[in-house]
Design a protein around this ligand. Structure first.
Ligand SMILES: [Zn+2]
Length: 279
């Protein structure tokens, strides 16, 4: 997916919802991680343009105002599991909607899913256990007892395409689709730069040293709240020694003999494609 360099001009992130609820807003309605959609024009998945999900007979456990998309206000809602399906509408997992709906709306749906997940898991203060409330000034929750503030959670993770001559390093973990490989990846640790994280992850997972660590691009990954940050790196030394707690296999692959690699939905694939194009 070609992520826009910034949010499209038509989307404005706001946290204070309008005083009067508009007759028609765009609702990102989730039930157990699946989004409520219907078949729109030209086969694309469409969202309900309604005043509130209760119009469709749905009970919202939680609502979250997102901002405006063009002239339209946008809301996210999480619906009780036992809610009945409104006629003409269906529930589809977010991953399956990639490419099946407008890219900007897909990105907003990812944002909506992450914000709902954050609110669901931050109902109580992590410090003293008091029920938290929304802050008026910003998108955050606050403890009325001890004033601890929690912001929407984003977890940074790096990935690296390591190159050596005309070969690239690919690995597979146990949970990958049979036979498929991808680039190395791992989560950022506190106190670490992104580049240090790349070097550490590569060394921990396959025992190699790398150099020339260069930023490529980033992609929000709302499963549930990662930010994937992709880098190129060049081999600097060492022999492959796979950490089998993390990986099943890791190998050098010549660029014309690649194994199955991730789909175009992921930034890993864009990183590999861009790396190959440069080589
Ligand atoms: Zn507290």
């Amino acid at each position: 997916m070609e992520m826009p360099f910034r949010w499209p001009d038509v989307y404005q992130s706001l946290h204070r919802e309008p005083d009067v609820r508009p007759e028609k807003s765009l609702w990102f309605v989730f039930r157990q991680g699946e989004l409520l959609v219907t078949q729109g024009d030209e086969g694309a998945a469409a969202l309900p343009p309604i005043e509130h999900p209760e119009i469709l007979g749905l009970t919202a456990l939680r609502e979250h105002y997102l901002g405006t998309f063009g002239e339209t206000h946008c809301f996210a809602a999480e619906i009780a599991m036992e809610s009945e399906d409104p006629p003409g509408w269906g529930w589809i997992g977010l991953r399956s909607l990639f490419g099946a709906m407008d890219d900007d709306l897909f990105a907003l749906a990812g944002r909506a899913a992450q914000l709902l997940e954050w609110e669901r898991t931050h109902q109580y203060c992590g410090s003293c256990g008091t029920k938290t409330v929304r802050r008026k000034e910003e998108r955050a929750r606050e403890c009325p007892s001890c004033a601890t503030i929690s912001y929407p959670r984003v977890t940074p993770a790096v990935m690296a395409l390591v190159r050596h001559g005309n070969r690239i390093l690919l690995a597979r973990s146990r949970n990958f689709r049979r036979g498929s490989f991808s680039v190395l990846a791992g989560f950022l640790e506190p106190g670490e730069t992104l580049e240090q994280c790349v070097a550490r992850e590569v060394f921990e997972e396959v025992g190699l040293q790398v150099k020339n660590i260069r930023y490529f691009a980033s992609q929000p990954w709302p499963f549930p709240h990662q930010m994937m940050i992709a880098f190129f790196a060049d081999y600097a030394g060492g022999e492959i020694c796979v950490d089998h707690t993390e990986l099943e296999q890791a190998n050098w692959f010549e660029t014309d003999k690649l194994p199955p690699i991730p789909s175009k939905m992921s930034i890993a694939r864009r990183l590999i494609d861009a790396g190959l194009a440069e080589m």
